[in-house]
Every structure is written in C-alpha cells, then in structure tokens.
Design a protein around this ligand. Structure first.
Ligand SMILES: Cc1cc2nc3c(=O)[nH]c(=O)nc-3n(C[C@H](O)[C@H](O)[C@H](O)COP(=O)(O)OP(=O)(O)OC[C@H]3O[C@@H](n4cnc5c(N)ncnc54)[C@H](O)[C@@H]3O)c2cc1C
Length: 321
C-alpha cells in the first residue's frame, strides 16, 4: 500500500498513476471535501502551455502538452484555444507577448470578432493559440477523485496524514524550506447576456487578466502574481483590476452578478518549476506553482515511476512493503 498525504491535484494525479501501475493507494486529506482546501479551488483551469511560455521555462511546454489528453480521459476538456488581446494603448504588450511565445497566429479586428463576437469593435489585434484548452477545475478534481476511487484507491477525507507517508503532496503546507506562496485572486461573474466561449487574456503592463468561461453564463476572472503568503480574502485593488478588465473586454459585463470572490496560494520553488525530492523515506512532489493542471500529469507519472523504481531497486529506502 502506498500512502499519500494530500488529495489535491498532485496527490490525486499520483494516486491515479500509481493505480495504473498496479499499486494500491490510500490518500489522506485533512479537508472534509475534495478540493475544499486545495489551491485548485481558485484556479482558472487553463491548459495553456504556449501562453505560459511568456514567463515560464521551456519545460512547461514540453511537460504541459501531454496534459490535454490526460485530462480529457478524466473530465471534459474544452479545446477552444486562447485569445490574447490588448487595448490599443497597450499594443506594445501584445508584441512583447508575441516575441516571448510561439504556437499562435496573428488576428485582426475582423478575425477577433469572428472568434468572439462579444469583443466586436474593441480590439484591433490579437493572438490566437488554437491548441490550448480549459477545464472546470473543481469538477476536474472531483472527477479525478472518482477515477481514483473507481480504480480501487482509498481516499480518506477529514483525516490528517499520518507521519511518514510514502508520498507528500500537501502543497503549500509541506515542510519544505524553499517553498513559497504566490497569491492569486479571482472573481466569478454570472451574466445571461454575455457569450464568450474560450479563454481570453487581456494584456496590461501592470496586471494581465484572464477570463475563463465555465458554461451557463458563468465566467472566472483571475490575475496577479502577488508574492505573499497572506491567505485572506481579495483586496479592493485586486477586485477593481479584475472587474475593470471584464468591463474592458465586454461592457455588457457591467450588468453581470459577482457570485464569488476568493484568493488562493500557489506553492512555488525559487525557479517556479515543480520537483520531486526524497527526504527521510518520503517522496515530495511540490512546486506546481501556477501550472498545477498543466504539469501534475507529467509530474505524477515521474513520481509513480520513481516509486516503482525504489520498490524494485532499493527496498530499504522505501518504507512500505
Ligand atoms: C488563483 C489561481 C489560479 C490558478 N490557475 C491555474 C490554471 O489556470 N492552470 C493551472 O494549471 N494551474 C493553475 N493554478 C495552480 C494550481 O491550482 C496549483 O498548482 C495546484 O493546485 C497545486 O497542487 P498541489 O496538489 O501541490 O496543492 P493543492 O492542490 O493545494 O493540494 C494540497 C492538498 O493537501 C492537503 N493537505 C495539506 N496538509 C495536509 C496534511 N497534513 N494531511 C492531509 N492533507 C493535507 C490540502 O487539504 C490540499 O487538499 C492556479 C492557482 C491559483 C491559486
């Protein structure tokens, strides 16, 4: 039996991969409900490796490309691409974004309107990353937990992990000294009038904002890379930026209802890349930063392979029988 601390993205993805290799698992999470205390609760659910290359390492593309098919076997994945736009005065931001990324085509105003009629007349130029996708993060985590249970994995909710688990996937709570929290704030809007079907990114020199459609008139807005471990509600400034961006994208959002606001802490190492660490017989998977949905599948495969290797190669370093 492999024991895993944390039924967030990393823990459940690892459980899934270990079960696929024939190893039984028990996953512990101190939250009473799947996802209730996971950073993914506030996530956009963007599967956007080409856009993320703007500020991330090449590994995010190489490892992240695999995530779309992996998630599609577990939960609905909406392959609608990402549309990146900037107000006319911030055109330089669009060119800067284009220089730092690839896998897009340039769009003019008419092409933007063809893709998203709601943006008609608002933007002269945009970039379209047609291979990108999005999913609903809360549903995805629940579907992943169901897939783990269907394969025979045990998930114990409301139960802190015992000492000395085989795999530690406790995100920002993990006892790793160089782990830091990168706060992300979000708001959820409901509008019966607005119809947007793909992820939009609105570039801005200070805070780029993204909007992800959840279906049925629900839209998630997210932003900011504030380096803080403050775990309280969003600030007025953050909400003003988020809501102002929604209005800049489509003025019809002025009549939308704000149905939720929140803030989550993304676990990150100094290089913003995830990693696997052995310490005292426990394998730690952490540092998924803002790429949990994108990188958890590849990292979980690597973690499961490592555990198989340890079981077969060096059983004394591995705690369980
Ligand atoms: C605002 C925001 C937007 C984001 N947008 C995206 C996005 O668009 N695309 C993307 O790919 N990623 C996104 N992310 C990142 C993604 O959500 C995180 O990378 C991911 O959730 C980290 O996964 P994790 O499993 O390491 O941690 P978590 O998902 O936080 O899971 C850790 C789990 O461990 C449990 N736990 C902690 N301590 C214990 C213990 N002692 N015993 C038992 N259980 C314990 C917690 O209850 C929790 O369930 C976003 C994050 C935020 C905050």
């Amino acid at each position: 039996m492999i024991t895993i601390a944390g039924a967030g993205l990393a823990g459940l993805a690892c459980a899934h991969e270990l079960l696929a290799r024939g190893l039984p698992v028990t996953v512990y999470d101190r939250a009473e409900e799947i996802g209730a205390a996971s950073a993914s609760r506030y996530a956009g659910g963007m599967l956007a490796p080409w856009c993320e290359r703007e500020s991330a390492e090449e590994e995010v593309i190489t490892l992240g490309c695999r995530a779309l098919d992996w998630w599609a076997r577990i939960t609905p994945v909406h392959r609608r691409g990402t549309l990146v736009v900037a107000p006319r005065r911030d055109r330089a931001e669009l060119r800067r974004f284009a220089r730092r990324t690839r896998g897009f085509r340039d769009l003019d105003a008419a092409e933007i309107t063809d893709l998203e009629p709601e943006l008609a007349g608002r933007f002269d130029a945009g970039l379209f990353f047609d291979r990108e996708a999005h999913l609903d993060p809360r549903r995805a985590l629940r579907d992943l937990a169901r897939a783990v249970a269907a394969r025979g994995g045990e998930i114990r909710l409301g139960t802190a992990a015992p000492a000395g688990v085989d795999l530690d996937c406790t995100g920002i709570s993990a006892p790793l000294t160089d782990l830091r929290a990168v706060r992300g704030e979000m708001a959820v809007l409901r509008s019966a009038e607005i119809r947007i079907t793909r992820t939009l990114r609105l570039l801005h020199p200070r805070t780029p904002i993204y909007l992800v459609p959840r279906g049925e008139g629900i839209y998630m807005l997210g932003a900011t890379m504030v380096e803080s471990d403050h775990d309280g509600p969003p600030t007025l400034r953050a909400l003003m930026e988020l809501l102002g961006a929604a209005f800049a994208l489509a003025p019809g959002f002025a009549e939308a209802e704000v149905i939720e606001t929140g803030a989550g802490l993304r676990p990150a190492f100094p290089d913003n890349l995830p990693r696997l660490d052995w310490r005292d017989g426990t394998l730690f998977l952490n540092g998924l930063y803002r790429h949990g949905f994108l990188l958890a599948p590849a990292m979980a495969e690597a973690a499961a392979d490592k555990i198989m290797e340890m079981r077969h190669g060096n059983p004394r370093e591995f705690r369980t029988a």
